[in-house]
Each structure stands twice: as C-alpha cells, then as structure tokens.
Design a protein. Structure first.
Length: 288
C-alpha cells in the first residue's frame, strides 16, 4: 500500500514525463493490436479459401470412370488434398441450368454430352495448390486445369510479409518503450537521490525503495495497453461495415467481443512485463 502511494506521488509530481511514458506504450500496443487484427484476419481469409474448391480439373470425353477413380486415389495419397468432389456430366448440366435458368435459349443449346465431367479439389494448405495442379496437368485424362495461381501466391506473400513486418515492428517498439521508460524512471530516481539516501540511513531495504518505481512502470504499461487497445478496437468496430462489404461474404468480421477481450488480457500481461523490465533496468542502473 505504501509503495502504491509512493508510485502515485511520483507520477503526479512529473505529469509530462508520465505522459511521455504512457504515449510510447500506447503507440507500442496500438501497433500490437493492429498487426494482430491483420494477422488473424489474413489467416482467416486463407482458411476460407482453403475450405473452398481451389483447383478445378476438367476431364476429356473419353476418360473412363476407372481412370478417374485411379487419379482420385493418387491425389488423396499425396496428403495435400482435403476434399475432392467429382462432378459428372449430369451434375454439370444441373449446375449450368441453375446458373442460366432465366435464359431459355442458352438452356436449349446445351446438353450433358457437351459439358465435361470435373474434379473440384480443396487443398490442405494454400502452398499445396501448385503441386496438385502439376499432378493434374500431367494426367492423360485431364483436358484443362483452372487454378488461380496469381491470386493465391499474392495472398500468401502478403500474409507472410505482414507477419514479418508486424513481428519486427512490435519487437522494435518494445525495446524503444523499455528504453524510454527506463530513461524517464531513471530521471526520477536521480531527482530523489537525497530522499533515497535518507531512506537507506534509516534502514529501508533496497526492495522497499525499488517497488514504487517498478509499480510506476507497470502503471505506464497498463494504461498504455488499455488506451492502445481501445483506439484500435474502436477503429476496427467503426470500419467493420465497410470491410464486410469489401470482403463480400468472407467470414472474417465481425470479430467476437470475447476475442477482443482476450487480446486485451494478453496485451495487459505484456504491458506488465514491459513495465517491470523497464523499471528494473532503471533501478539496477541508478540504485546501486
């Protein structure tokens, strides 16, 4: 209780330094929140595409059912395929009729013999699409393979880039925040050197002297985490209607409130760690 009062007194005596410490922590956790949203969102988008048929292989008219079954088994044995759907000529005609039910002329021109049978294939991972496509192209019974290679490659590349940049920026900001807060707390320790010497003379232990500064660092980190999370979450909730229309049915948004609260809890834990680390660096340097 005494340490808490001393920490609060230190904060009130130097409000501008406290504001600077809270600001750097806010920026750190603002970046943590935004990059977490980007990483989770991009991962969910990839999972969505992975759950849909991503490669379509059309068979030649002379393809025998036995050969089609053999190719299906070959693809399944690779371990790269999560689902294979065989679409017969009759099924293809039903799909065609459903898609063109408002145009009777087109329905009259097409029969089941004209439409090819096909495989609709989903991969276990996005990276598995290329080898699956290559296997299909090498088959003698496949006439054509549709594979959105550019879209998939771009999506994967962007996700990997966001992950690397986000992790690097968060680590950099964490170190900067520790340095800035350690400097601020160190300045406060320097200003109270006479008081600290008096406390030592009357028998105060080192930890009794250190605790108010450590709690001060925890306070800065926690407040910064809450503010950063609040700004980023508010921005996300405000932008959700626009993002949902842009994503056009991809089930990424809205983010459940429980997940947002879990993120807040994790950020507070990280904030406490950064606050303790920066304060500990300061007290080790200035309190011998």
């Amino acid at each position: 209780m005494k340490s808490r009062k001393s920490a609060w007194k230190n904060i009130r005596r130097s409000p501008y330094q406290a504001l600077a410490a809270i600001l750097i922590m806010t920026l750190t956790f603002l970046a943590v929140s935004f990059f977490t949203f980007l990483l989770v969102g991009s991962s969910q988008i990839i999972n969505y595409f992975e759950s849909k048929p991503q490669v379509t292989a059309f068979f030649k008219n002379e393809a025998a059912q036995e050969d089609i079954n053999t190719l299906e088994n070959k693809l399944s044995d690779t371990g790269r395929v999560s689902a294979i759907k065989f679409v017969s000529k009759e099924d293809a005609l039903k799909i065609y009729k459903e898609q063109n039910k408002n145009d009777p002329l087109l329905l009259e021109l097409v029969t089941a013999d004209v439409l090819p049978a096909s495989f609709e294939i989903s991969a276990v991972k996005i990276e598995d699409l290329a080898p699956i496509s290559d296997t299909l192209k090498k088959s003698s019974i496949v006439s054509d393979v549709i594979y959105q290679k550019d879209v998939v490659s771009t999506l994967t590349a962007w996700t990997n880039a966001i992950r690397k940049i986000g992790i690097a920026l968060i680590i950099l900001l964490s170190f900067v925040s520790i340095f800035v807060m350690a400097t601020i707390i160190g300045m406060k320790i320097s200003q109270k050197k006479e008081d600290i010497e008096i406390m030592k003379l009357i028998g105060a232990t080192s930890w009794y002297i250190r605790w108010p500064f450590i709690m001060e660092g925890v306070f800065y980190g926690t407040i910064g985490a809450v503010i950063g999370w609040t700004i980023s979450t508010g921005t996300l909730l405000y932008a959700t209607p626009f993002l949902e229309s842009f994503l056009k049915g991809i089930p990424v948004l809205p983010v459940p409130y429980v997940n947002l609260l879990i993120l807040l809890g994790l950020e507070i834990v990280l904030a406490v760690f950064l606050g303790i680390a920066s304060s500990f660096v300061a007290v080790l340097r200035y309190l011998k």
